[in-house]
Ligand binder design. Sequence first.
Ligand SMILES: Cc1cc2nc3c(=O)[nH]c(=O)nc-3n(C[C@H](O)[C@H](O)[C@H](O)COP(=O)(O)O)c2cc1C
Length: 184
Amino acid sequence: MNILAIVGSLRQDSYNRAVLRAVEELAPDGVKISEHPLGDIPLYNFDVEQQGFPEPVAAFKAAIADADALLIITPEYQHGIPGVLKNALDWAARPARESPLKGKPVAVMGASPGMTGTARAQSQLRQTLVYNGCPILPPPEVLVAGVHDKVEDGVVTDEPTREFIGGALERLATWLDGDPSRPA
Ligand SMILES: Cc1cc2nc3c(=O)[nH]c(=O)nc-3n(C[C@H](O)[C@H](O)[C@H](O)COP(=O)(O)O)c2cc1C
């Protein structure tokens, strides 16, 4: 099972990338996680799209098409998803009739130092995914609140958080083994 991971933060010491590292460590046998970095993806512009997808966009779309599922791990910015992530999804969804997002199963996670652990960003992200016809791993949601107390030197050290992430990955694998287009 090939899962394409997307982290909505470009920050070097990103807590959300620390969550990705925990995911890589805790993934069940047979689940391969590969990150696709978003840093080279230019700002969306329809004029540019009409001249052809820039190479980083074409590579991103191809990686989505090749993956069995996506795992999006995102911070919350201003109660929504970071522009970097929304921009990447806007490119991925174009043109609508050829979008590799269509029907692609997606799992969502997020970490924030705040109390709500990206709940509002995840809600907003789910709207975009629903619009794109993506089946979404059903709850419980993976909301890592107070993440600054759960990560040390880029490693998720909080044991309950690690167990919760590991459990979500087991649920993801079981969900993908069945028919993700049906509610769990
Ligand atoms: C522009 C900006 C907006 C933010 N807005 C929120 C927010 O609405 N809710 C929240 O919980 N944290 C917010 N934060 C704090 C982020 O959760 C925090 O910076 C987090 O570490 C970012 O994720 P990262 O460590 O993966 O880069 C914001 C941070 C920035 C830079």
